[in-house]
Write a protein that binds this ligand. Structure first.
Ligand code: KG4
Ligand code: ZN
Length: 356
């Protein structure tokens, strides 16, 4: 490589203000996250207006800290990537506006990134050997998708939830049984002390895409069961809930690998931090599957994943412009193919693979 490429990533789609500097697409030099969990905890969930205000307060400090910790200067940054959707519009706008101002003032290109594609890209940080194509199971607070990652910047959704995201189900179950917010990590911890012995319903579809998911039925079943039996063993309930939802994730993922004739599976998103889900997917290695997931710190929202996605998005744009003559070694001299992108706006309901 003729020169190292440094991307500054900025993330503000929900309740984390984050900035990170990543070198050559996979080496994380800094990863600063200002979490608002403590602020939203007392409301039992994220309050959008409060989130936006706190992003405004934090963003400048967080970006400066990320550049400082990376031990580089602003001049060394080759491009800035920021999340522009999906997410809370007011929260997204803070990161997008900051990134635009930063790029305008320092004359750097701006690369818009889809938050979910960022989650998928977090896998490249921890797994140097992972290259597309692969199947990615995206399981987060707002999304549950099976995504066919055809290339670094080419995605196809092949299955998705018909109702709640899996993270929503974890959070709701935790809230109802009194574990607090955010519920996922608390259910994960308590489930370790329980037995998977409570019978809970599995989702079942008679029509449509067999790779789709549904989590509202199991969520309601757990809540009703708890309301009818407030003395039920909560640890057993958590363990049984995890078992049923993990079976659904595994079944659909395996079906998808057979359909696509692919044996490389990656997990992504906040719920991929779940220890039970990780261990059950790891068992698939015994059946010849390659299993990848991000390190725990890169499962939940962060900006390193946005910088990584920015790097590969930039590469594929340059590749498109140059046709087949693209060579990663020439990346730096081809950077002028990337525009400033100062017209960028937040797109709260942006879809995977959509380019706006
Ligand atoms: O990816 P993420 O940080 O934000 C979104 O893009 O949605 O995911 C947050 C979700 C929350 O629902 C949280 O409860 C869940 O990830 N989560 C977990 C665990 N850690 C975070 N769910 C289950 N087990 C965990 N260990
Ligand atoms: Zn996320």
């Amino acid at each position: 490589m003729e020169k190292d490429i440094y991307i500054l990533g900025i993330e503000s789609s929900c309740d984390e203000t984050a900035a990170s500097v990543v070198k050559n697409g996979r080496i994380v030099l800094s990863n600063v996250i200002n979490s608002q969990i403590k602020i939203h905890e007392k409301f039992g969930g994220v309050v959008p207006e409060i989130a936006s205000r706190n992003h405004v307060d934090a963003i400048s400090y967080v970006v400066k800290k990320a550049i400082k910790e990376a031990n580089i200067n602003i001049e060394n940054i080759d491009a800035v990537s920021c999340t522009y959707g999906p997410g809370l519009v007011g929260a997204l706008l803070v990161g997008v506006s900051y990134a635009k101002a930063f790029c305008y003032a320092s004359n750097k290109p701006l690369i818009p990134i889809n938050h979910i594609e960022g989650h998928i890209s977090a896998n490249y940080i921890s797994n140097n050997d992972l290259i597309p194509p692969f199947l990615c199971l995206v399981i987060s607070g707002g999304h549950t998708h099976l995504v066919y990652v055809k290339d670094y910047n080419e995605y196809e959704i092949i299955g998705k939830t018909r109702d709640d995201a899996i993270g929503e189900a974890f959070d709701k179950v935790a809230r109802v049984i009194g574990l607090g917010y955010p519920g996922g990590p608390k259910v994960d911890k308590l489930a370790k002390e329980g037995k998977e012995q409570i019978d809970l319903p599995k989702s079942h579809f008679d029509n449509g895409n067999e790779l789709d998911f549904s989590f509202s039925g199991i969520k309601t079943a757990v809540i009703n069961l708890y309301h009818k039996n407030p003395n039920i063993n909560k640890a057993d309930l958590c363990a049984s809930f995890e078992k049923v939802v993990t079976e659904e994730l595994l079944n659909n993922t395996i079906k998808a690998t057979k359909k696509l004739k692919i044996d490389k599976i990656a997990l992504a998103g906040g719920v991929s931090a779940n220890s039970y889900i990780r261990s059950k997917f790891l068992e698939l290695r015994n059946n010849g599957y390659e299993i990848y997931y991000p390190n725990l710190e890169f499962c939940t929202d962060n900006a390193a994943m946005i910088a990584v996605a920015g790097y590969y998005c930039m590469c594929s744009k340059i590749k498109q412009n140059l046709g087949t003559n693209f060579n990663y070694d020439e990346l730096n001299s081809k950077m002028n193919n990337i525009k400033e992108n100062l017209e960028l706006n937040a797109v709260p309901n942006l879809k995977i693979g959509e380019r706006i």
